[in-house]
Write a protein that binds this ligand. Structure first.
Ligand code: 13P
Length: 269
């Protein structure tokens, strides 16, 4: 493994989507917090639904306090509004995420772009708002199947990245993450092969480097889309893949643990 890759601690994040919003979420957060003690070379993040954020954060704090204290699982929001406050019924602000114990936020997930009409500009505005509040963004990019088949993958990903690059550059010290999630691989069981994923990750690293060498060196680029225990090592072993954004397999501690352990084994070898 290159020294530059080694300098980026692997990040394994679980996006629970619209699952585990109550007590089951608190239990899962506790199980992930206990798992964290077994994978010290990996940074773990969980993104429960809004209704479970504060309780999950509390659970992770309690587990960390009972253990070595240095392995706290971080909590992420799955989305947020770009405004700090205001008359936006049903929305959640960056300050509310912070108050709920979040230190991270997932932005521009393809499900937000597809089903809720989030534009590149909206994602950029949210990214700015997240940094302002001290939340670390995981900005998602990725092409649809039609875009891939038309040969537009790199063009689409570059357009999505270009919208947030100036914001990421302005906050280079925060070391945000980018998640490459090909839409056709999300929840389908069809993951991008390591070579296919690495091609896009390397391109993203190159675009970051064209902006700033520090930005390229520090930014963790996660892969997302049907990551499971049995394909994690192949993906995470690629030079430009620094972690995973996991959906379905993050919904129980055993399958999430298998991915975290694969990442830990690679990082400690
Ligand atoms: P799956 O792991 O279920 O394919 O979901 C990936 C994802 O969308 C994570 O944000």
């Amino acid at each position: 493994m290159s020294n530059e890759k080694k300098s980026r601690k692997p990040l394994v994040a679980g996006n629970w989507k619209m699952h585990h919003g109550g007590l089951s979420g608190v239990e899962l957060a506790g199980a992930v917090a206990r798992l964290a003690r077994e994978v010290p070379h990996v940074e773990l993040v969980i993104a429960p639904p809004y209704t479970a954020l504060a309780a999950a954060a509390h659970e992770c704090d309690a587990e960390a306090a009972g253990g070595r204290g240095d392995v706290r699982v971080a909590i992420a929001g799955q989305n947020m509004h770009a405004s700090h406050t205001g008359a936006f019924t049903g929305e959640i602000s960056s300050a509310m995420l912070k108050d709920s114990g979040c230190t991270w936020v997932i932005l521009g997930h393809s499900e937000r772009r597809q089903h809720f009409g989030e534009t590149d500009a909206a994602v950029a505005a949210k990214t700015t708002a997240a940094f302002k509040q001290g939340l670390v963004p995981i900005v998602c990019v990725g092409e649809t199947l039609a875009e891939r088949e038309a040969g537009h993958t790199l063009e689409v990903v570059k357009r999505q990245l270009d919208a947030v690059l100036p914001v990421l550059h302005a906050h280079v010290a925060t070391a945000a993450a980018i998640a490459y999630e090909p839409v056709w691989a999300i929840g389908t069981g069809k993951h991008a092969g390591p070579a296919e994923a690495e091609e896009v990750h390397a391109a993203i690293r190159g675009w970051l480097a064209a902006t700033s060498a520090t930005l390229a060196a520090q930014t963790r680029i996660l892969y997302g889309g049907s990551v499971k225990g049995d394909n994690a090592a192949g993906l995470l072993g690629c030079p430009n893949i620094d972690g995973a954004l996991v959906g379905g397999a993050s919904l129980d501690a055993v399958s999430f643990g298998a991915i975290a352990r694969a990442a830990d084994a690679l990082a400690s070898s």
